[in-house]
Design a binder for this molecule. Structure first.
Ligand code: F0G
Length: 337
């Protein structure tokens, strides 16, 4: 498959001949989840966004945002991030041969994401503050300096991310009753809704936030968001109104899931479905398991990022390895125990 700009150029703000910065993102698997389906009494599909080149859905928005920035002559791109946007920015900036700068909350981004951002040569600035503060700072920097802002307040990000809705629609022949999706800064739910609307579809949109970082559920900003799902540790979503519109207009809802419920879904997916996603991604499935999805018959859950992004959380959830002498008898004892 080509990258998503090429695949969907007719429906994106690009024209033949524009510079395109791509890593062949998009075209991710939509996998049926038999055990989860049985558990919740609906036909459930998993949109595996961890299969994108940098391991999260952010690549969809980033190919568009960075291509547009290059088209406009930008020499540098910047974002605030809980980790995945930083990794995607870093990779696409490297690919474009321009400077990448990311501002992250110190000590609060998963190890894999930090490794990616640094490996791709982005400048990683860690602040003693949360994502919301970082976003405030990058907005100001981008106003004062010629650096393109590529957070999801950038329209090209939403345009790119809406293509995931196109893919789901194609695979399910337009038949989808509900979408379950984690909500942090609220760009992705906005993008899916836009994508479905452009196709004339209106599945119910069920957004899920971590209980300690659930401003949309509470109806007010959360000053000190906290959750094990560090990707969605956000207290003031930038696309608040649009996310609420999507859920209201589609007859969906926004609900909270506790860290414990997120981790239960996280382990369930890994063990019962063979699908390893990161904790924030499991919020969509946790939400479906705990709150349901109305009377939907066919549901898609968006698994936004790969499990390998956050090995620390994974290892905190499992038993250790089995130490063993390098001898057949010892191995047999260990296996047949
Ligand atoms: N899932 C993952 C794995 C994420 O990284 C994010 C957002 C979301 C869900 C929520 O998506 O913000 O569009 O509502 N991560 C951003 C980042 C904030 O900086 O990587 P959203």
């Amino acid at each position: 498959m080509p990258g998503l700009i090429e695949r969907y150029i007719d429906r994106l703000p690009f024209a033949e001949g524009d510079p395109i910065i791509t890593l062949q993102e998009g075209s991710t698997p939509l996998v049926h989840a038999p055990r989860l389906s049985e558990r919740v009494g609906a036909e459930v599909w998993l949109k595996i966004e961890g299969s994108n080149p940098t391991g999260s859905f952010k690549d969809r928005g980033m190919t568009c945002a960075v291509s547009a920035a290059v088209r406009e002559g930008a020499q540098a791109v910047i974002c605030a991030s809980t980790g995945n946007t930083a990794a995607a920015l870093a990779a696409y900036a490297a690919r474009a041969g321009i400077r990448g700068v990311v501002i992250v909350p110190e000590g609060k981004i998963a190890m894999g994401k930090l490794a990616q951002a640094l490996m791709h040569g982005a400048q990683v600035i860690a602040i003693q503050g949360n994502f919301d503060r970082a976003l405030q700072l990058v907005r100001t920097v981008a106003e004062k300096h010629p650096i393109a802002l590529v957070n999801s307040i950038n329209e090209f990000r939403i345009e790119g991310q809406k293509t995931a809705a196109f893919e789901i629609a194609e695979e399910l022949a337009g038949e989808l009753d509900a979408l379950c999706i984690p909500v942090g800064n609220a760009g992705n739910i906005t993008a899916y809704w836009r994508g479905f609307r452009e196709l004339g579809m209106a599945p119910q949109m069920f957004g899920f936030q971590a209980a300690g970082a659930a401003p949309l559920v509470l109806g007010k900003p959360v000053e000190q968001p906290e959750t094990i799902a560090s990707a969605i540790r956000i207290g003031k979503p930038a696309r608040w109104e649009q996310a609420m519109d999507a859920m209201t207009a589609s007859g969906g809802a926004v609900n909270a899931v506790t860290d414990e419920q997120i981790l239960t879904a996280y382990r369930f997916l890994a063990r019962e479905e063979g699908v390893f996603c990161e904790p924030a991604s499991a919020a969509s499935v946790a939400g479906l398991m705990v709150h349901g999805a109305g009377n939907a018959q066919r549901v898609a859950c968006v698994l936004t990022g790969h499990g390998l992004k956050d090995p620390d959380t994974a290892l905190s959830q499992v038993g250790g390895v089995v130490p063993c002498e390098p001898e057949l008898s010892a191995i047999e004892r260990a296996i047949l125990r």
